[in-house]
Design a binder for this molecule. Structure first.
Ligand code: ADP
Length: 484
């Protein structure tokens, strides 16, 4: 029992609000920490959050926080989920709108004001609740002012509070013009190249990295990559300067939702002892997507955002070449950039019975693809952690991945001589490398089926639950408090 008071501040937390991995982590990690610590999460009460469904109740309407040049009045709401106290800030000026960060028309222009408020008010909430945090754990640029406030405001209430900032994707740094600095209370002296300044603009993440006591990111390999000029989006010098305070801790997956033995989205539940049910899911998947129903054809799945980061142009070219030159099938589920939506929605007509596509977001199809595919393709250019490859492993669906970030950390490459490994990896950012690796998976599938079966079983035995991650964070909290 470590027994820390942990203040967890986040701009999104599933199931209340979510746009991506940050939401998943903020929903799951606090619960895993709460087994042995007292955790409160502070997040905005976006108007999209269903208060009734989650039992969110008003605590008090009369809260006030001093921003740099004014007082802001807001209301505090609360609910408990999985043993965690979630506190929500109701502040219509900033959070009563349709999107979380943006609408179709683009980013909200007042985002730096909105999230400076969140960061400052989160500390105020802790104070008002008389919750003295041992640890303030914050996430990405949206809450990266918290470490700064702890260090610079000199409030004795937080004298013993240590701050941890987690980078979920360094591609998003929160870079804005200087006009919100006064509101946020960023001192002119801290607007320098070692802290918030970024070519004349304010870089919120950079400031957070400069002031936090420890920095984490979501996989060990990504922690290395962001120290290099290519992976850091410009922050490698600062990250190298803070190198001894930087750690990579893998995200977990929600094993309550992603468990093939209990998954209610899939027609046939299965586990290592019932792999024949995986084959039944495959036949069902083929049927759902209009593919030739044949359990013997190697089937590749993809689920994800259609964004360059995900290596979509590699998938586009390699998929066409594979369909022309090999006996295999593809199922693609996703949405995003129009170019890829158009391309993949047209592909089933080019390869009838061979390629299936669903353009859009479907939780159900994501589960069915994970359950029914033989292989899962993730040719990401970079991948801080990645969830889908872990889901795939849990479902005995062997990942075909570029060896980057969390993909490299979670997938063990196939060894033809021993049959070892849990997937197929490649290094080069090229459609040819992906095509060759798909070919390697296909030939293994047809020529060495015993290896495939052993790999599936090995993959399904891996533990990607949150407990391991939570233990690693607790170890870090102990380290920053000087307890280990
Ligand atoms: P990222 O957070 O960069 O998008 P991750 O692999 O970490 O990538 O997580 C993406 C999550 O979103 C996964 O759970 C994935 O299944 C889900 N997802 C993405 N696109 C879709 C879609 N079109 N339909 C269903 N689920 C999707």
């Amino acid at each position: 029992m470590s027994g820390f008071n942990i203040l967890f501040v986040t701009s999104e937390a599933a199931p209340f609000s979510k746009t991506g991995g940050l939401g998943d982590v903020s929903g799951a990690l606090p619960a895993a920490l709460a087994d042995s610590n007292k955790v409160i999460v502070v997040s905005p009460l976006y108007s999209s959050i269903n208060r009734e469904k989650y039992g969110i109740k008003l605590v008090t309407g009369g809260c006030c926080v001093h921003m740099g040049n004014c007082e802001e009045f807001y209301a505090l709401h609360h609910t408990v989920l999985d043993g965690v106290d979630f506190y929500f800030l109701e502040f219509d000026k900033y959070f009563n709108r349709t999107g979380i960060y943006h609408t179709k028309a683009g980013e909200y222009g007042d985002n730096p004001f909105r999230f400076s408020f969140l960061s400052r008010a989160a500390l105020q909430v802790a104070k008002d609740l008389n919750f003295r945090p041992d640890i303030a754990h914050v996430n990405d640029w949206q809450t990266s002012l918290v470490p700064y406030y702890i260090k610079r405001l000199g409030d004795p209430f937080f004298a013993d509070t240590k701050s941890i900032i987690t980078i979920h994707n360094i591609g998003y740094q929160g870079i804005f013009g200087t006009e919100f600095m006064e509101y946020a209370g960023i001192a002119k002296d801290d607007f320098n190249a070692g802290a918030f300044e970024n070519f004349g603009a304010v870089n919120l993440l950079k400031g957070g990295l400069a002031f936090a006591d420890k920095i984490t990111t979501v996989s060990p390999t990504y922690a290395k990559e962001i120290r290099g000029p290519i992976g850091s989006s410009g922050l490698h010098e600062l990250l190298n300067a803070r190198g001894s305070d930087l750690a990579g801790i893998l995200n977990g997956i929600d094993t309550g939702v992603w468990n093939p033995a209990k998954d209610t989205y899939i027609p046939y539940q299965f586990d290592v002892k019932r792999l024949e049910n995986k084959t039944k899911n495959k036949l069902e998947l083929q049927k759902r997507f209009g593919l030739i129903q044949d359990e013997k054809i190697a089937l590749f799945g993809f689920v994800g955002r259609f964004a360059d980061q995900k290596g979509l142009y590699l998938l586009r070219d390699a998929c066409v070449r594979a369909m022309n030159e090999m006996v295999c099938q593809f199922v693609v589920v996703g949405s995003g950039e129009q170019e890829y939506e158009e391309f993949f929605s047209a592909l089933p007509a080019r390869y009838p019975g061979g390629v299936g596509a669903f353009i859009g977001y479907s939780e159900e199809l994501a589960h069915i693809v994970e359950a029914g595919s033989d292989f899962f393709v993730m040719p990401s250019l970079y991948e801080p952690c990645g969830l889908n490859q872990m889901y795939s492993l849990a479902y005995g669906t062997l990942p075909v991945v570029r060896a980057t970030g969390g993909l490299d950390d979670t997938v063990d490459n196939y060894d033809e001589s021993t049959g070892g490994g849990t997937g197929f990896k490649f290094e080069a950012i090229s459609a040819e490398a992906l095509f060759n690796t798909i070919g390697w998976a296909v030939s293994t599938y047809y020529d060495r089926p015993k290896h495939i079966e052993a790999m599936r079983k090995r993959a399904m035995a891996k533990d990607f639950g949150w407990k391991k991650s939570a233990d690693a964070y607790i170890h870090l909290y102990k380290a920053v408090k000087g307890l280990v």
